[in-house]
Structures are given as C-alpha cells and as structure tokens.
Design a protein around this ligand. Structure first.
Ligand SMILES: *Cc1c(COP(=O)(O)O)cnc(C)c1O
Length: 391
C-alpha cells in the first residue's frame, strides 16, 4: 500500500471504526486491569504465550493506538508512551546507560534534562560533555572510551540554535553511538530525525502533540523494534506510564497537528519580523537559513528575543502584556511568554546557563493560534510602555 501523507496519518493511522461498533473516534479504555476467561488463560498470558491485555501498566489499547500512530508519524518501527516528557527522557536514557558510561549532549538542553544528567552523574558516575556539534572534529573530540549516546535538542531550547542531524549521525555511525533527538519543538510535522539516520526520537507530548495545554505526557519512538524492547522493561518497572485518558486526548490533539503547526509557524514568523524591527529588542532568534531548510519543514512556533537592558527590563515587558500569558510550556493554542533564566532554566548554574547563551534579558515566546495582529499589538504596547518608563 502506498504510504499516506502525514496529514492523513495524523487522523486515521491504526484505527478501524468497524472493529469498534462504528465509533468514529477511538474508544477510551479507562481500565486498570483486564479479566481472564479462565485461570489457565491467566497463566498463559503471564507466561507470554498470548498477547491478551493483563494490566494497564503493561499495556492499554488506547495508549497503544497513540503509540502506533506516533511510530507511523516519526517513521519508526515502535513507540512507547510515558507519563511525561521527562519520564520518556529518563526512561530512555536509563535503558541504554550503565554506571560509568558517558553521554554527549547539545550545548543547550531542557532544564530538567540537564537536572537528570546531574542525577546520573551523582548516583551512577555517568558523565556528560556539552558540545556545540558544529563540526565533525568537535564531536569526535568529545568522544571517550565509555561514550554510548549523543543526545540532541534541535532547535535548542531556548536559544533556537540548530544542530545538523546528518553531521551528528555521520560521526555517531563511525563510533557505534546511539543518537537520541528531543523533537519536542518541531513535532513530526516539521522534522523527522529517524529519516536521516537517528536511532531514537522523543517528545514532551505536553507541547505540540497535545497542543491544547491540558495534558502532561511523553513518548519515545525507536527506529527498530529491538531498541523499543530495551526500553519497555524499564518503563514497566520504573512505572512512568501514560494514562489512557491522556492518550485519548493526545489522539484528538494529533488530528489537527498539521494545521496547528502551519498556523503556529505563520504567527511566529510575523512576530519575529515585528520584534526584529523594534528599537527595544536586541536580538531575535528564530530557526531559518540553510540548515533549517535542510532538516525542517518550517521554523515552528517558538522564538526567543533579548530586551535591551537586563533582567528587570525583560520582566517589565512581561508584566506589561495583556493578551499573552506569562507561563512556561509551549505549543498551546494560547500565546505564552516566559523568562528562561529564572523559570525553565533556573536549575542550570548561572555560568553554564551563560555559556549556553541564556542571558538574563532573554525571553522565550510560544506563538499561539490567536490572530497574529492581536499578538503583535500586545507586544507593541508592552514594549512601548517599557520604553516610556525608561525615558
Ligand atoms: C517540556 C519539555 C520537556 C519535558 O517534558 P514534560 O512533559 O514537561 O516532562 C523536555 N524537552 C523539551 C524540549 C521540552 O520543551
């Protein structure tokens, strides 16, 4: 069968209404456990002789439909859903690392991902090296005898710097390293790392996958079934599973992912253009250029900018906003703004933060789905008010 376009896969993949009494939307299996017909069937299920459902920490039909759809979208063979993006990241890393191992990461990571790396170091002597990953030589020079994984965020949160996935894959292949990509900022609609040779993709599904700010969830998608089977026992025993209702909400969110991502990108482009021309704005970071064109369909909905001055001036601009909400998270229908140095990235020590390019006057904005003109008017008003206060 010819492969469907992503817009169709988002809505239909893996679901047959005829098998569910004609229900157009997938049913929600809100159950913790499953009954066996006989004691013998129970024995056989536990022995692994049949694929019957046993208990929802081990498997649930609603969660599995979400997993199947995510695997198709990222063009992987299998996916595993988790209770949060951090459960996906920690569960996936734990599956492939043991005491004394080493991991190379992009120089710029989600704050709690960085926090988890510190936990790994403290408890298991698993060390990490932050790397710009701009050249082959630089990546190679970070590799040691115990290096197992290259972990990449692109675009990097919140500096929006891009990492060349093909370059990372090339070096990783030469050294037998696993490449794991946090694809939260793009969603599979804008970037599919497995198609350029990466091994594992993971998401905070809380963001664009859900898209409505009402779920905290995560998912890991693997290039092969074998990789997924290494993670599955960790998920079962650590227990960071996804709730069936959350999977149901995410399946609903996915249906509109393509239209949402295009509108998020339209709005972010317009907002970036406005900010670039504003005298109170120093720099605007939004993915564009050759590398963006090579590996991303569009720039996405997140952008960052620095306000002239320092922390006080940046926070004053936030406080002047009326429509745009002050909140962490991203990918929601509402436009959100936050101050990384004191919010999402506050756990990272100041000197590391600065080396990552997260200054005190940096703001991160997640463009929502409102009218871009209303968003820009809100920003214009907030910046004008700050300008007046300064003069
Ligand atoms: C939010 C986020 C995470 C963590 O996900 P949770 O669902 O909050 O646990 C990880 N990576 C990135 C890039 C994120 O934005």
């Amino acid at each position: 069968m010819k492969k469907k376009h992503i817009e169709t896969t988002l809505i239909h993949h893996g679901y047959d209404a005829a098998q569910h009494k004609g229900s157009l939307t997938p049913p929600l299996f809100q159950t913790s456990t499953y009954t066996f017909e006989t004691a013998q069937q129970g024995e056989e299920s536990f022995a692994g002789y049949d694929s019957a459902y046993i208990y929802s920490r081990l498997g649930n039909p609603t969660v599995e439909l979400f997993e199947e759809r995510m695997a198709a979208l990222e063009e992987g063979e299998a996916a595993l859903a988790f209770g949060s993006g951090m459960a996906a990241i920690s569960g996936t890393l734990l599956a492939f690392l043991k005491a004394g191992d080493h991991i190379i990461c992009s120089n710029g990571l989600y704050g709690c991902t960085y926090g988890f790396l510190e936990v790994l170091e403290e408890k298991f002597a698993i060390t990490h090296t932050l790397c710009e990953m701009e050249t082959e030589e630089e990546i190679k020079s970070s590799i040691g005898p115990n290096t197992k994984i290259i972990f990449v965020e692109t675009p990097i949160n919140p500096t929006m710097k891009l990492i060349d996935l093909e370059l990372v894959v090339k070096v990783a292949k030469q050294h037998g390293l696993l490449v794991i990509v946090d694809n939260t900022f793009c969603s599979p609609y804008l970037q599919r790392p497995l198609t350029v040779g990466c091994d594992i993709v993971l998401h905070s599904a809380t963001k664009y996958i859900g898209g409505h700010g009402d779920v905290v969830a995560g998912v890991t998608i693997c290039k092969t079934k074998e990789l997924a089977e290494k993670i599955r026992p960790i998920r079962k025993d650590v227990g960071g599973i996804m709730a069936p209702f959350d999977a149901w909400l995410l399946l609903r969110g996915l249906k509109t992912l393509a239209v949402r991502m295009d509108r998020h990108s339209d709005n972010a482009e317009k907002i970036a253009a406005f900010l670039r021309n504003h005298e109170l704005v120093e720099d605007v970071w939004y993915p564009e250029g050759m590398l963006a064109n090579k590996q991303m369909k569009r720039g996405g909905g997140v952008l960052s900018f620095t306000v002239k001055g320092g922390k006080m001036e940046a926070q004053a601009v936030m406080d002047n906003l009326k429509l745009i909400a002050i909140a962490v998270s991203l990918g929601d229908t509402e436009t959100l703004i936050q101050h990384p140095a004191t919010m999402t990235h506050a756990v990272i020590p100041k000197h590391v933060r600065e080396q990552m390019g997260i200054s005190d006057n940096l703001l991160r904005l997640s463009a929502g789905l409102e009218s871009w003109e209303d968003i820009v008017r809100d920003l214009a008003h907030a910046l004008q008010k700050e300008k007046t206060a300064l003069s």
